[in-house]
Design a protein. Structure first.
Length: 135
C-alpha cells in the first residue's frame, strides 16, 4: 500500500479558506490529503499549533494566508512569514525536515492556485515519507 501523507492546513479565513472553497465549488480537483483548519489570520497561527500538528500525527503542515499587502489584519501575513522562517530552523532541531512545513499565499479568487499548492505539498511530503517522531 502506497504512503499517503496527512497534511494539516492552517488557512486564513479571508483569502486562503475562501480560495479553497472556490476550488471546491468550481470542481477543481485537489488532493484530499490536506485537512483545512480555518483561522482568522495566518498571523494568528502560533508556532505551537504547527508543532502540535506534527506531534499528533501530521506528516506535513501548510500555512496559507493573504498575499503580502492584502492582509485584512494589516500585517498578519508578515508575522506569519517571520514565524515561518524561525519555525523551519526549530523543526530541524526536533528532527523534522523543514520541507514538511510550507507557507504560501492564496487569495479568495485563486481556486486553481489552491489546487496547485495542495498538489505541491502533497508530492513534497510523499517523497519525504512518513514522519516518525520519537516520544
Amino acid at each position: 500500500m502506497a504512503f499517503e501523507p496527512k497534511i494539516v492546513g492552517f488557512l486564513c479565513n479571508w483569502c486562503s479558506y475562501t480560495g479553497a472553497d472556490l476550488a471546491g465549488v468550481s470542481r477543481i480537483k485537489w488532493p484530499p490529503n490536506v485537512r483545512p483548519i480555518r483561522v482568522m489570520c495566518s498571523g494568528r497561527i502560533d508556532p505551537t499549533f504547527v508543532v502540535k500538528a506534527f506531534r499528533e500525527g501530521a506528516d506535513g503542515v501548510l500555512v496559507s494566508g493573504c498575499h503580502p499587502g492584502d492582509c485584512h489584519y494589516y500585517q498578519g501575513n508578515y508575522k506569519a512569514l517571520r514565524r515561518y522562517h524561525l519555525l523551519r530552523r526549530v523543526l530541524e532541531q526536533f528532527g523534522i525536515h523543514p520541507d514538511r512545513l510550507m507557507l504560501t499565499w492564496v487569495s479568495a479568487a485563486e481556486g486553481e492556485r489552491w489546487a496547485k499548492v495542495t498538489q505541491e505539498i502533497t508530492e513534497r511530503v510523499r517523497k519525504l515519507g512518513p514522519l516518525h517522531l520519537k516520544d
